[in-house]
Design a protein around this ligand. Structure first.
Ligand SMILES: CC(C)(COP(=O)(O)OP(=O)(O)OC[C@H]1O[C@@H](n2cnc3c(N)ncnc32)[C@H](O)[C@@H]1OP(=O)(O)O)[C@@H](O)C(=O)NCCC(=O)NCCS
Length: 158
């Protein structure tokens, strides 16, 4: 059967949660980015699940947010099972999902610039995540030319 990439459905939810629990430190839900997700559903059609012979080995979710009144995608969490890291699956999940993001102009995340810089993410100097977020980890990528120009302010739930 091999690797299969599919849109996440409600039936995948707990398997994806288990993968995130495995890949992230305990207490991940205390992160401020989760406050922007509370009470919202992931963006349908963009959140993807990778299965290898039926087992969930990778997942990516997106959430709708507002930045100073402009709509943006919040990417995350993205995770790949430790036994499959370094095989390019993280890159595949990011690129494949963003290729489907028609109708969205901008995407942001909280993460490591050395990793996400490879996918065209840069520091968003004037975009404020709820505290306590390290501002150096607030990154964005324009999905249409110049889409982050002049977009500043606080990130709020959509
Ligand atoms: C980050 C993660 C999703 C990457 O998935 P992956 O399938 O291993 O990634 P890829 O195979 O596409 O890329 C691997 C490369 O990224 C590098 N990399 C991974 N995490 C990195 C990080 N935080 N900073 C810099 N580089 C990183 C690896 O060293 C590797 O480099 P190489 O290609 O030069 O060997 C995965 O490692 C993971 O689930 N980590 C734990 C959860 C996590 O931290 N998620 C991101 C939260 S913001």
């Amino acid at each position: 059967m091999g690797l299969r990439l599919a849109q996440e459905t409600s039936e995948d939810w707990w398997e994806v949660e288990a993968l995130y629990d495995l890949c992230f430190a305990p207490g991940r839900e205390a992160l401020s980015s989760y406050r922007l997700r509370d009470g919202n559903d992931p963006v349908a059609g963009l959140s993807l699940v990778a299965r290898d012979d039926g087992i969930v080995i990778g997942a990516i979710r997106y959430w709708p947010v507002c930045v100073g009144g402009a709509a943006a995608l919040l990417l995350g969490p993205v995770a790949v099972h430790p036994t499959h890291q370094g095989e390019g699956l993280g890159a595949l999940l990011i690129e494949e999902s963003l290729a489907r993001a028609t109708g969205w102009d901008r995407v942001m995340l909280v993460g490591d610039e050395p990793y996400y810089g490879k996918f065209g993410f840069h520091r968003l100097a004037d975009v404020e995540m709820p505290p306590p977020t390290n501002p150096e980890r607030v990154l964005g990528r324009a999905l249409s030319p110049g889409a982050w120009d002049g977009v500043t302010g606080q990130v709020t739930p959509a």
